[in-house]
Design a protein around this ligand. Sequence first.
Ligand SMILES: Nc1nc2c(ncn2[C@@H]2O[C@H](COP(=O)(O)OP(=O)(O)O)[C@@H](O)[C@H]2O)c(=O)[nH]1
Ligand SMILES: [Mg+2]
Length: 449
Amino acid sequence: MVLENLGSKLKDSLKKLVKASHIDKNVVEELTEDIKKALISSDVNVKLAESLCDKIKRRALAEKPAKTLTAREHTVNIIYEELTRFLGGEREEIKIEKKPTIILLEGLFGSGKTTTAGKLAKFYKKRGYKVATVQTDTFRPAAYDQLKQLSKEADVKFYGEEKEKNPVKVIKKYESDFKKFDVVIVDSAGRDALNSELIKEIKNIDKTLKPHEKLLVISADIGQAAQKQAQAFYDTTGITGIIVTKLDGTAKGGGSLAACSISGAKVKFITIGEKLNDIEHFKPKNFVSRLLGMGDLETLLEKAKEAISTEDAEEAGKRLMEGKFNLNDLYTQLETMKKVGPLKQITQMVPGMGAMNVPKDALQKQESQMKVWKFAMDSMTPEERENPDIITGSRVERIAKGSGRSVQEVRGLIKQYNQMKKAMKMLGSPKKMQKFMKMFGQGKLPLNF
Ligand SMILES: Nc1nc2c(ncn2[C@@H]2O[C@H](COP(=O)(O)OP(=O)(O)O)[C@@H](O)[C@H]2O)c(=O)[nH]1
Ligand SMILES: [Mg+2]
């Protein structure tokens, strides 16, 4: 999980709060001290961490809890609100309204621009937009091939000129084509530092391209130094937002996020791995609730939505409503889960489950069990998948043999299927949906899901 260290430290401090017999000045002081230490260990600037924790302390001691909240819930809520504000509060997503919406990526060498161009291309492509990428990095010879390859992987159109040395000429050559697309993502060259050469180059690109968004790509591993960098780019090239990359691989991520949040531009996306799917909208509210183990259903649903095509989802939804649910649907669901991400990542986003700390081996077991199910399902006839009730005695044995699994494993699959069918039936009416979500929130269902 992103910022695992910071998250587990914050969760530990909240656990102390839960354990305390009552909440008084000492408890609040200890709590804010813990939070401060946790933030500083994630390279958040000391002064920023101090002023945040002072604010939490002041509010926790001065404000009376609302009638519906216990003193504990009240304190947790203050921490949640202040951390969210600390990371930039509510914000607008980039809107794809104008056709084409042109997004220029800029930043230093190795910050992750080109990879991010590929990720953004896939991000918008998955949401149904027509996307093109443009390589204007004529400084590094390998940049052309890198983005061409990523664009192929994302299945979007790529524009670039391998031999051209002038980025402006690349844009001029293809700009009349851009109107065919909803989103055009333009990569640019970096330098070791923001020097006059880079500023001039970005300004020239900017003048010709007239992008709607100018996003600075910044690597999370520079921690709090991100503030200076973000501010410098903001002042010289007028960025409209920031993408913080490599949040998966550094203990300093908290520092870089906090630092970017106080620069003039706000963080719009974060990237959390090397694969094309490893990008998400940065929404401080959701991010903080995940960090504190309160779950982030919205991001999970967004991911699930993009994993299932609308048609499949509609069909599955219809079947569920009609109470029809067979092993083919289960199979599709397993495939979807594979696309959404490993179970560990999913459980972090389900409210209540993040904090539950599901044992690692339980998740691994669940994942390997799913593989077994897939093998078993591959050995079934279409009729059996369509109507699993007919799978009895000799069929179980045949399926077990055919898939190289044990009879017990095949029976386990059928049992699981029956449980899921029951759970799915609950989704039929809004009231039942509520009940389902409640159980989901209490962490009762997901592991059987
Ligand atoms: N772990 C991880 N690596 C990343 C991420 N984003 C980029 N990278 C890696 O960072 C390196 C530099 O990326 P690149 O896009 O070429 O940077 P550029 O010079 O700014 O274009 C590559 O090895 C990428 O795979 C991320 O979110 N997580
Ligand atoms: Mg590059």
